[in-house]
Design a protein around this ligand. Structure first.
Ligand SMILES: C[S@@+](CC[C@H](N)C(=O)[O-])C[C@H]1O[C@@H](n2cnc3c(N)ncnc32)[C@H](O)[C@@H]1O
Length: 257
């Protein structure tokens, strides 16, 4: 049976997202507001927790490579700047006694302004996070949800800075193969939802719809034995599974979010 398509909307157009991020960059520069967190902080926390649990450090000490498709303001990827650590380990971790997780994070979005915004937020987080971690009580009015791992880790404010390199790129994921590059984990939070609201066929792909082309593009970006983790508000788990496990695409574990 053919997949049912959603009715087209402005949220499926690049013009819409360009204007969103151009405005968000202006607002960020004016008042420091980081912009919309799609599906809220809870979804960021759930996706990050899933990754911490399932993606093991590399045996050779190299960085785990994570890419967010349609990274917007970058807040999901930037949640990997820190990790929760059990309280008794925090001091030793901060003193260098425990090696922090090492990540290479790549945010890809087709809006240049999204990359501009994400870079600014990254810079600000790198400046403020170390002192917030040192003085946990001073961050009470901070939007960044440091407490959100408490129930899993039982660690209060025990956070450590991870060893993280970030790269923010501009590319249309429907029209680029990104030079054959692959990642250990590819994240999608709201991007498939957005591009399924476009009825503009992709010329380079025989005029097929974004909803059909995107899963094939994503499949090529995931390392063998890597993961694709998606949060969607427009599709059920069964619909996502059906669209991302077609013959030739491979099979992905889909945590319930
Ligand atoms: C709903 S927003 C989600 C943004 C981000 N993932 C988050 O959770 O905050 C959808 C994002 O997908 C991006 N996007 C949509 N179609 C894209 C495409 N073909 N290539 C790259 N990015 C795309 C938009 O620019 C926008 O940033």
């Amino acid at each position: 049976m053919a997949d049912e398509e959603l009715p087209p909307s402005r949220l499926g157009t690049k013009d819409h997202w360009d204007s969103v991020y151009e405005r968000e960059v202006r607002v960020y520069n004016d008042v420091g507001d980081e912009g919309e967190v799609w599906f809220g902080e809870t979804s960021v926390t759930k996706m990050r927790k899933w990754a911490h649990k399932h993606i093991k450090p590399k045996a050779d000490g190299s960085a785990v490579r994570i890419m967010e498709a349609g990274s917007g303001n970058g807040t999901l990827l930037l949640s990997f700047l820190t990790s929760p650590a059990p309280l008794q380990d925090v001091d030793s971790a901060r003193a260098g006694g425990q090696r922090p997780p090492k990540y290479h994070l790549t945010g890809i979005d087709y809006c240049e302004s999204a990359a501009v915004l994400a870079r600014s937020i990254e810079q600000s987080r790198r400046e403020t996070l170390p002192s917030e971690i040192e003085n946990p009580e001073s961050d009470s009015d901070d939007d960044y949800d440091h407490d959100s791992d408490d129930e899993e880790q039982g660690c209060g404010k025990g956070l450590i800075m991870n060893d993280v390199e970030c790269s923010w790129r501009t590319a249309d994921l429907l029209r680029s193969d990104l030079g054959g590059e692959k990642w250990d984990l590819v994240l999608d939070k709201g991007t498939y939802d957005a591009l399924c609201l476009s009825d503009e066929g992709i010329e380079e792909e025989g005029g097929r719809l974004p909803s059909q082309v995107y899963p094939e593009k994503i499949a090529k970006l995931v390392e063998e034995a890597g993961f694709f983790l998606i949060t969607s508000c427009n599709f059920t788990e069964e619909e996502i599974k059906a669209r991302y496990t077609k013959v030739g695409l491979g099979e992905y574990p889909l945590p319930r979010l």
